[in-house]
Design a protein around this ligand. Structure first.
Ligand code: C2O
Ligand code: CU
Length: 477
C-alpha cells in the first residue's frame, strides 16, 4: 500500500495564512500557497489480487497500482491533480466527498469534457475539509471503477490525533474467473436490476489477504473505504471494539456501533480507532457478515510476539469539526425524493412479459437504462435536466424514500449533509455524510445548506443502478 506522506509545507505557517478564511467562508477560493501536485495516469496494468499459484490479473489502474497512489495533504493546502489518460477510452477523475468548485468535480459532459485517450486534464482545488475521501472515474464508472480505477484521498487534520499508525484499508470486490481474470459480463441485466455487480473476491489494498500484523498495546486509526461497485460491508473485529470517529470523512461523536458492526455502503468511508488489546501471538478474525448467509473472513489480525506497550492509550479521540455551514431547519425548504423500480418488484414487473422487459431495458444505447427511477424518472446519462433547483445559501431538507426492495447508497456531489432522521425517528448523532445507505423501504431525511453553486450529480453509488436510471442532477443557483 502506498502511504507516501510528503510534508513540504510547514503546517503552522500555512494555516496562519488560510485558517481564518476557511473558517469564515467554508469554501475559500483564495489559498495562496503553491499547490501540492500529484500525477495520476490511468492505464492497463497487472495486479496480484489473489495469491500464487493464481496468475496476475489484468486490471486498469492509476500509476500501475491497485488501489491507486494515496493522495495525502493537510487541511488548508491546495491540491493539483494532473491526470494523463493512458486508457484506450475517455475518462475523468471525481474526488468523492470533497467539497470543491463545480468545474473540478470530474463529471463528464456536465462539468468538463471527458479526458480522451492521450489527453491531460488538471484538477485544482483547496482541501477545505479534513477527512478520508477517495477518487475514481465518473465515466462508464461501473466498468472503469470495477476494473481497478480508484484510490484513497486523505486530508489530514491540522493537529491529527495521536495514534501509533494511521492506515487506509481500501476494500474492493472483484468478480474473477478461474484464471483470476476479471469477468467481462459488465452491464448484464441481472446485476443492473438486482443488487448490482457483487464479486467473489474481496481485497484489502489490492490483495486477498490472510492476515494483518499488529502489536499488543498499539492504537490504530483505520480509514476504511468501500471502493466496491455494489457490495455493502458489515465488519466485525472479533475480540476488539472499533470506535467510530468519522463517517464519510466527517467527524462524529466517538462510539462503538450498537451491534459492534461497522457498516459501509458502496463509496462510504468510516474512520475507526482500533486498540490492540489482544495477547502477543494471538489471532482474531475480521468478519464481514453484512449478508449473513454469505459471511466470510476478511482477514485475521495477527499479533506479533513483540509487545508495543502494556495497554493502548486511554485518551478519547475526538476529531475537530470541519467548516461546514450548519443547516437551519426552521427555515428549510423541503423536497420529496422517491426511489423506485428494480427487479422482483411485484407492482412494477407484474403484467410485463419477459420480452417487453428486455425491449424496454435494452433499447438502443440504453445499457440497461430505465430499470430504476428517481421521482419517476429514469435517467442514464450525466446531463439530464435538473430534477431539483435549490436556492443557494438556503437550508434544504430532502425527504428520501426508498420504495424498492434493495439497498441504495445515495450520494450527493459537492456538499455534505446531515442525516437528521431515519424512518421518522430523529437520528441521535445527526451525522454528516455524503452517501446515505438506504435499506429496503427505508425513509431518511437529509439536511444541508446549498452553498456550493453548480450542477451536482445525485445518484445511487451502486454503479449498475446509477447507469440503469437511478441518477439525477441537482442544481444549486
Ligand atoms: Cu463517487 Cu458520483 O460518485
Ligand atoms: Cu441503488
Amino acid at each position: 500500500m502506498p502511504t507516501g506522506r510528503p510534508r513540504s509545507i510547514p503546517r503552522r505557517a500555512f494555516l496562519a495564512g488560510s485558517g481564518a478564511l476557511l473558517a469564515a467562508t467554508g469554501m475559500p477560493g483564495l489559498a495562496r500557497a503553491a499547490p501540492r501536485e500529484f500525477r495520476l495516469r490511468p492505464g492497463p496494468a497487472a495486479a496480484r489480487l489473489v495469491p500464487a499459484p493464481h496468475p496476475d490479473t489484468a486490471v486498469w489502474a492509476y500509476n500501475g497500482s491497485v488501489p491507486g497512489p494515496e493522495i495525502r495533504v493537510r487541511q488548508g493546502e491546495r491540491l493539483r491533480i494532473v491526470v494523463d489518460n493512458g486508457l484506450a477510452e475517455a475518462t475523468t477523475v471525481h474526488c468523492h466527498g470533497i467539497r470543491l468548485p463545480n468545474a473540478m468535480d470530474g463529471v463528464p459532459h456536465l462539468t468538463q469534457r471527458p479526458i480522451g485517450p492521450g489527453e491531460t486534464f488538471v484538477y485544482e482545488f483547496d482541501a477545505v475539509d479534513a477527512g478520508t475521501f477517495w477518487y475514481h472515474p465518473h465515466q462508464r464508472s461501473s466498468e472503469q471503477v470495477d476494473r481497478g480505477l480508484s484510490g484513497p484521498l486523505v486530508i489530514e487534520e491540522a493537529e491529527p490525533p495521536a495514534v501509533d499508525r494511521d492506515l487506509t484499508w481500501m476494500l474492493d470486490d472483484w468478480r474473477l474467473l478461474g484464471d483470476a481474470s476479471i469477468s467481462a459480463d459488465f452491464g448484464n441485466l441481472h446485476d443492473a436490476a438486482m443488487a448490482g455487480r457483487i464479486g467473489n473476491s474481496v481485497t484489502v489494498n489490492g490483495a486477498v489477504r490472510d492476515s494483518f500484523a499488529v502489536r499488543a498495546g498499539e492504537r490504530l486509526r483505520l480509514r476504511l473505504v468501500n471502493a466496491a461497485n455494489a457490495r455493502v460491508f458489515g465488519l466485525r473485529f472479533e475480540g476488539h471494539e472499533p470506535v467510530v470517529v468519522a463517517l464519510d470523512g466527517q467527524p462524529v461523536d466517538p462510539h462503538v456501533p450498537a451491534d459492534g458492526r461497522v457498516v459501509l455502503g458502496p463509496a462510504m468511508r468510516v474512520d475507526v480507532i482500533l486498540d490492540m488489546t489482544g495477547a502477543p501471538g494471538a489471532r482474531f478474525r475480521v468478519v464481514d457478515d453484512f449478508y449473513p448467509r454469505a459471511a466470510y473472513r476478511l482477514l485475521d489480525l495477527a499479533y506479533a510476539a513483540e509487545v508495543l506497550r502494556d495497554r493502548p492509550p486511554e485518551a478519547e479521540v475526538r476529531l475537530p469539526a470541519n467548516p461546514i455551514p450548519e443547516p437551519d431547519l426552521a427555515s428549510a425548504q423541503r423536497h420529496v425524493v422517491t426511489f423506485g423500480g428494480g427487479g422482483m418488484m411485484g407492482g412494477m414487473m407484474g403484467g410485463m412479459n419477459g420480452r417487453g422487459m428486455m425491449g424496454r431495458m435494452m433499447g438502443p444505447g440504453m445499457h440497461g437504462g430505465g430499470i430504476w427511477t428517481i421521482n419517476g424518472r429514469a435517467e442514464t446519462g450525466h446531463t439530464p435536466a435538473p430534477m431539483l433547483t435549490l436556492a443557494r445559501d438556503r437550508t434544504h431538507v430532502l425527504a428520501l424514500a426508498n420504495d424498492t426492495g434493495f439497498y441504495h447508497p445515495i450520494h450527493l456531489h459537492g456538499h455534505s449533509f446531515r442525516v437528521i432522521s431515519r424512518n421518522g425517528v430523529p437520528t441521535r448523532r445527526r451525522e454528516w455524510q455524503d452517501t446515505v445507505l438506504l435499506a429496503p423501504r427505508e425513509r431518511a431525511e437529509i439536511a444541508f445548506v446549498a452553498d456550493n453553486p453548480g450542477d451536482w450529480m445525485f445518484h445511487c453509488h451502486i454503479l449498475e443502478h446509477q447507469e440503469a436510471g437511478m441518477t439525477g442532477v441537482i442544481r444549486v443557483a
